[in-house]
Ligand binder design. Structure first.
Ligand code: FAD
Length: 382
């Protein structure tokens, strides 16, 4: 029979983006932390891989995210300094589309509401400032100097390294089979043993339907593809450009990054929401030629120079809630369990601040951060 290991204040299940940040913030506050991860550190099976994630502040999804982003940016800077890694880079962000579309109008609304630095550009100004871009004649753009990108693998490694340095115990290649609340705490069972602690944080990414089934939070998992296309004229012209999101008349959004992977690394681009329903077990990891064709056709309307072959592709999963807002809460029916899931394809820029919030919730039940939008009760219809 397995022996029961105990003596932890908090167990964190899942050490991807959110879980590694939570483990670090807890350990830095002197908590005895155990983190359990199914795969290796910064693996490519979940949602936190592919070299880059857009970060931005003029948040078209809802201005309610802005205070979290402002705190998040402070934590990004601190994480870079504490870890010595380039976890993020500011490049400016360009969001283009018809004036009334969510990408443009929503970004402008958030920028105005929070007095965030931004400029509005017409097509001629975009062409002058950023010659790679050829927006549609009816487009306008908002340029945000604080846009940029985070590096997901570097970020996860940074949080893991700092968590270990602060005394956390982190175990990789150890999938959690079951967890339960007991009279005196929580019990978490893996193939090796059962661990006990005072509090539990569950950050399961695309495995939420499996690990959080009993909460009835409707999360659907989607396969997404990241494409690194070779520019016909070489990567140099793409090195110094902003990250971008571009919406067309039919509401389809694409996004992309500058060239950050060297002369043969291509330039990364993707559709924002063009997923295919899947599970972590059924996802098709092969990227098909017709998908690459479709990506090239769409992206070259905006960036005609990005017309070469794909040098690399990678699949990734979104874990979507019905309203695409996150779930971050101490669960009302389970006083020892805090959950963070349903990041719906836009969570990475929040990783450091979600780590701080999860540590607040597990230690003290409350957080000073505004997270009412992330209450799971809005989604449960029982
Ligand atoms: C293609 C793509 C592009 C994206 N672009 C952006 C972007 O530009 N900007 C942005 O802000 N966000 C973006 N996102 C979203 C963002 O990356 C995710 O919201 C974020 O990575 C989710 O982090 P997570 O911790 O919830 O999931 P993950 O990082 O996947 O972590 C979950 C972890 O739980 C572990 N786990 C699961 N089950 C178990 C178990 N039983 N036992 C132990 N461990 C377990 C998994 O192995 C995994 O490591 C993008 C996502 C994708 C896929």
């Amino acid at each position: 029979m397995a022996t029961a290991a105990s003596g932890y204040d908090v167990i964190v299940i899942g050490l991807g983006g959110m879980g590694s940040a939570a483990a670090y913030h807890l350990a830095a506050r002197g908590q005895r932390v155990l983190g359990l991860e199914k795969y290796t550190a910064a693996h490519a099976q979940g949602s936190s891989h592919g070299g880059s994630r857009i970060i931005r502040q003029s948040y078209f999804e809802d201005p309610a995210y802005v205070p979290l982003l402002l705190r998040g940016y402070e934590l990004w800077e601190q994480l870079a300094a504490d870890s010595g890694r380039e976890v993020y880079r500011l490049t400016g962000g360009l969001y283009l589309g018809p004036p009334e579309c969510p990408t443009v109008a929503g970004s402008v609304r958030a920028a105005l509401e929070w007095s965030l630095p931004h400029e509005l550009l017409d097509v001629a100004a975009v062409r002058r400032r950023f010659p790679n871009f050829t927006p549609a004649p009816s487009d306008i753009a908002i340029y945000e100097p604080n846009g940029g990108f985070a590096r997901p693998e570097e970020t996860v490694q940074a949080h893991i390294g700092l968590a270990l340095r602060s005394g956390a115990t982190l175990s990789f290649g150890e999938p959690v089979l079951d967890w339960a609340e007991t009279d005196s705490g929580v019990a978490v069972t893996t193939a090796r043993t059962t661990y006990r602690a005072e509090q539990l944080i569950v950050c399961p990414g695309a495995w939420a339907p499996e690990l959080l089934a009993e909460f009835g939070i409707p999360i659907t998992v989607e396969r997404q593809v990241q494409y690194w296309l070779e520019p016909t004229g070489g990567t140099a012209a793409f090195e110094d450009q902003p990250v971008y999101i571009s919406e067309n008349d039919s509401g389809m959004q694409i996004y992309g990054f500058p060239a950050i992977d060297g002369p043969s690394g291509g330039v990364k681009t993707a559709f924002f929401r063009k997923g295919i329903a899947c599970t972590p077990d059924t996802i098709d990891r092969i990227v098909h030629p017709r998908e690459i064709r479709e990506m090239r056709e769409r992206v070259t309307q905006l960036l005609p120079g990005l017309d070469g072959p794909a040098v690399h592709t990678a699949t990734c999963m979104y874990a979507n809630t019905p309203d695409q807002h996150f779930v971050v809460a101490r669960h009302p029916d389970r006083t020892r369990v805090t959950i963070a899931c349903g990041f719906s394809g836009h969570g990475f820029k929040f990783v450091p601040v979600v780590g701080e919030i999860l540590a607040d919730l597990a230690i003290g039940e409350q957080t000073r951060h505004p997270i009412a939008l992330f209450d799971p009760q809005r989604l449960v219809t029982a």
